[in-house]
Design a protein around this ligand. Structure first.
Ligand SMILES: [Zn+2]
Length: 269
């Protein structure tokens, strides 16, 4: 095979794999909630890979200053290191979600029993730290296979995706760029993904994310938006008010196909 054809074939394979396994809006292996359907000015700001100090605490302070409720998808090993921060998240009225035990890609391919064990260990760590047992699971990198979706369901959890705030957020670009990208995406029912940590590591800089969340929350609050937890957003969306008989989340999937332009698109300073 000629090099150009080979490169094109590899690119096509990688693109197809990404679309099937990781793209936020893909429903290829089953229903995957990444946005809720609502007419209200409701948005869920979510934070992955924590707790990771001092950034998780700084984000809690920012949310508190703007009257916002967030959802923190925490990593089990990080919970084990900083249970006091997890307790503070819960006591401040935010939601806690399960984001795997160790945030390792290879653990996406273990057998069902091992996967259930990882999920349950993380549930126990979060419950021990906060007194709260999460109802939501977000797969690392949004990577999902039929086995992952089925196993999360068997564990009694709901799999939740979302939209990334900025494609390069983890490399910490200027906070105005992160915030502008985020606000362009937001419309009623959006679920936005920020990172207060980095996998199961500690000490990775997330200060630009903290500053971006401040800009985003300030703009949303001054434009009459409510920043609510993911569970609250789903409770107030059409599917939970009027559940269809066969699929309780088909309404969310319908919303996922709707690509109306965003409503908030500026930063108020
Ligand atoms: Zn993650």
């Amino acid at each position: 095979m000629r090099p150009v054809r080979f490169t094109a074939a590899v690119a096509a394979t990688l693109s197809a794999s990404y679309l099937a396994l990781m793209a936020p809006w893909t429903q290829f292996f089953g229903a995957f909630i990444w946005r809720a359907s609502t007419e209200e000015k409701l948005v869920a700001l979510t934070f992955d890979d924590g707790p990771s100090e001092p950034f998780t605490t700084k984000i809690l302070d920012v949310l508190d200053a703007h009257g916002a409720v967030g959802t923190f998808f925490v990593v089990g090993h990080n919970v084990d290191r900083s249970p006091d921060v997890v307790r503070r998240i819960a006591h401040a009225g935010h939601e806690l979600g399960n984001h795997s035990l160790g945030h390792q890609f290879r653990r996406s391919f273990v057998g069902r029993q091992e996967m259930l064990s990882d999920i349950e260990t993380t549930q126990e760590l979060i419950e021990r730290a906060s007194g709260i047992r999460p109802a939501l699971f977000r797969p690392p990198w949004l990577f999902r296979t039929p086995r992952i979706l089925q196993t999360v369901g068997a564990a009694g959890l709901r799999t939740i995706g979302g939209e990334f705030c900025h494609i390069l957020e983890v490399f910490q670009p200027n906070p105005t760029r992160i915030a502008t990208s985020t606000l362009r995406k937001i419309r009623p029912g959006s679920i936005i993904i920020f990172h207060d940590g980095c996998n199961a590591r500690q000490g990775v800089d997330r200060i630009e994310t903290v500053r971006a969340v401040d800009l985003v929350a300030s703009s949303l609050a001054s434009n009459g938006w409510q920043m609510v937890s993911v569970s609250e957003l789903l409770r107030r969306s059409c599917a939970d008010r009027n559940p269809p008989p066969t699929s309780p989340i088909s309404c969310h999937v319908t919303a996922a196909k709707d690509r109306r332009p965003s409503i908030v698109h500026s930063i108020d300073r």
